[in-house]
Ligand binder design. Structure first.
Ligand code: MLT
Length: 272
């Protein structure tokens, strides 16, 4: 299996780090907040073994990607970086785009401009709606708070919402690994990402225009994207499919990778 990393200088000057595995039809995996590309470590090898070229970026300022200038701080800006990466890796080939939570908001921002480059879409543990005024306010407060404390102090309250109780109790090493990943995100990136998410666009009314087959996934115990909500909005998709991963919270690709991979690969193999 081919395996490599790349560091691509973006037009705005920062560097985007990405991992690449395998050869075949391109599939790009977008991580959530406050995570990095390694959240997909249970997916990249099985997908490559299924005959995909798997491209897994660290989003701007996360993981091995450098922190962009302040002005490069919207999901639209980041979507443009993904298009630069797609062009570099795929040339004129289109791709399957998979977005986890914040990565799902970003996948929709990418779709807005480059729908023609998306063969299939997978929206996992995410939503097409904007924040309530309270949620927006909480994001802006976190963006302020992180500047005067540490990343971990700021994001620690998120951990119980990311992993379900069973994972937290039975997979202690996994929870510690996740904590280390979250703690490593630079404070400036926490602030930028929260402000970017706070100003994201509403997509609910546009779901009906998504022509690509779209898989919507969530965890049976995800408090951030509850199954009932996801099932409801997924019905607006012309070619939508909805799946719930048992025994998982907000991170089913980590908490129950076997089931997650089965659902993902089944969907991909029926639409290729
Ligand atoms: C994520 O997992 O990416 C975040 O929970 C998204 C959010 O804060 O809305």
């Amino acid at each position: 299996m081919n395996e490599s990393t790349l560091e691509l200088v973006m037009p705005a000057g920062h560097t985007l780090f990405a991992r690449r595995f395998g050869t075949g039809a391109p599939i790009m995996l977008l991580h959530g907040f406050p995570l990095d590309s390694r959240i997909w470590h249970n997916q990249w090898t099985p997908l490559a073994q299924q005959g995909y070229e798997v491209i897994v970026p660290d989003l701007p300022g996360f993981g091995g990607s450098t922190v962009p200038r302040n002005e490069h701080g919207s999901l639209e800006d980041w979507a443009a970086d993904l298009e630069t990466l797609r062009q570099y890796c795929c040339g004129d080939r289109s791709m399957t785009l998979v977005g986890l939570s914040m990565g799902g908001y970003l996948a929709l921002a990418y779709w807005k401009h480059w729908a023609k480059h998306i063969d299939q879409l997978v929206l996992t543990n995410t939503k097409p709606t904007i924040d309530s005024p309270e949620a927006r306010q909480a994001r802006l407060m976190m963006a302020e708070q992180v500047q005067s404390s540490s990343t971990w102090e700021t994001v620690a309250p998120m951990l119980p919402r990311l992993l379900c109780e069973q994972t937290r109790q039975q997979a202690v090493a996994t929870a510690q690994w996740l904590q280390a990943m979250m703690s490593a995100v630079p404070p400036a990136t926490i602030a930028t990402a929260q402000r970017a998410m706070a100003q994201r666009e509403e997509f609910t009314q546009r779901l009906a225009k998504i022509a690509a087959p779209t898989l919507v996934i969530t965890g049976d115990q995800d408090p951030l994207s509850p199954p009932a909500d996801n099932q409801q909005w997924s019905q607006s998709l012309p070619h939508g499919q909805f799946e719930v991963i048992p025994h998982t919270g907000h991170l089913p690709m980590l908490e129950n990778p076997e089931h997650f991979n089965k659902v993902l690969i089944h969907f991909l193999s029926h639409h290729n």
